[in-house]
Design a protein around this ligand. Structure first.
Ligand SMILES: [Cu+2]
Length: 331
């Protein structure tokens, strides 16, 4: 660099810095004008819609006394490849050192379809408020002021090298209605104290592993001490180990697996409220404490079909208490 160029640079640098600083100021001003401040100064109706969401405000939605129930069925003529599912399972089990103890796991459990009604078992169904900027105020349900809204102890048993239940909906935390967001802008979750125990009643080893989607806690896997449904606290408290909390459910479920038996598979959904259910062996579900008015979104998911509703849910009237869905296709 010549001396002239160096001198010019020395002169220009402060000038450049000043203009960058000025640009920065006006940029900030624009941001404020288009963002949250606009709402307060009455600067037009445009601002209280989408910009409000960008501000990340969370509005509580009251839960109520409504019930939504229904049946999830598999479309007539659509059949999972049961033979292939069984063959895959058998291949994995036969290779395993515990093959004799795990023989009862030969029976596939991914698709449990009732022969006469075609109702599908183990479909997870849950509700969410109409908009992402809202949350169900589940504080009273968590504190059991409104009857038993959820199971404080959920047990994941594995008596035959299979998880029982195979699909669970959990309620590890609710959003604090008095302060829905943390200083960092994340939902302000309050733990419900719900336990999610893995137990192992048999002599063979299982290491129960949770693979948790981003934002829902940490993935972990460890050997389950000998324990039964009757004394689940001797097993593993998976909620505590993985620090489970609600997350963006469009990412899919928490996958439950076992490193020792690679066919073992289960799914868990961690929700910020208990307005959720898993279908029984006739494909039936029931969700209580549904808001008395307004709209909600319903979500339906099966491990062999994925989301039956759109990933963002289907908007329904909260009073529309009957919700049946048909699984049109298998993965
Ligand atoms: Cu296992």
């Amino acid at each position: 660099m010549s001396r002239w160029a160096r001198n010019m640079w020395l002169v220009l640098t402060p000038a450049l810095l000043v203009s960058v600083a000025l640009l920065g100021c006006s940029g900030d001003k624009d941001k404020k004008r288009g963002g949250g401040d606009g709402k307060k100064d009455g600067n037009g109706k445009k601002d209280d819609g989408k910009d409000g969401d960008q501000d990340g405000k969370l509005e509580p939605v009251k839960v109520g006394g409504g019930t939504i129930s229904g049946t999830i069925t598999l479309k007539k003529g659509v059949e999972p490849d049961y033979e292939e599912l069984k063959a895959e399972l058998k291949k994995k089990i036969d290779k395993n050192t515990n093959r004799n103890a795990c023989k009862e796991a030969y029976e596939q459990k991914a698709w449990l379809v009732d022969k006469s009604s075609r109702g599908v078992k183990n479909v997870a169904v849950w509700l969410m408020p109409e908009n992402d900027s809202q949350f169900f105020d589940a504080k009273e349900l968590a504190e059991k002021k409104k009857g038993k809204a959820f199971d404080p102890v959920v047990v994941l048993d594995q008596p035959h090298c299979n998880f029982e239940p195979r699909v669970v909906v959990l309620f590890p935390a609710y959003i604090d209605p008095s302060k829905p967001k943390t200083e960092d802008g994340d939902p302000n979750y309050v733990p419900t104290g719900q336990k999610f125990y893995a137990v192992n009643p048999v002599a063979i080893k299982h290491n129960t592993k949770l693979i948790v989607p981003r934002g829902g806690g940490k993935s972990d896997g460890r050997v389950v001490p000998e324990s039964t449904k009757a004394n689940p606290e001797k097993g593993l408290d998976l909620t505590a180990i993985s620090d489970l909390h609600p997350y963006d459910l469009s990412k899919g479920p928490i996958h439950i697996a076992c490193d020792i038996h690679d066919w073992m598979s289960g799914s868990a959904w961690a929700l910020p409220h208990p307005l959720a259910a898993v279908t029984d062996d006739k494909g039936k579900f029931e969700i209580k404490n549904v808001p008395d008015t307004g709209k909600v979104r319903i979500f339906v998911w099966h491990e062999g079909a994925g989301f039956i509703t759109p990933k963002n849910g289907k908007v329904i009237d909260a009073k529309d208490g009957k919700q049946d869905f048909t699984i049109e296709d298998v993965k």
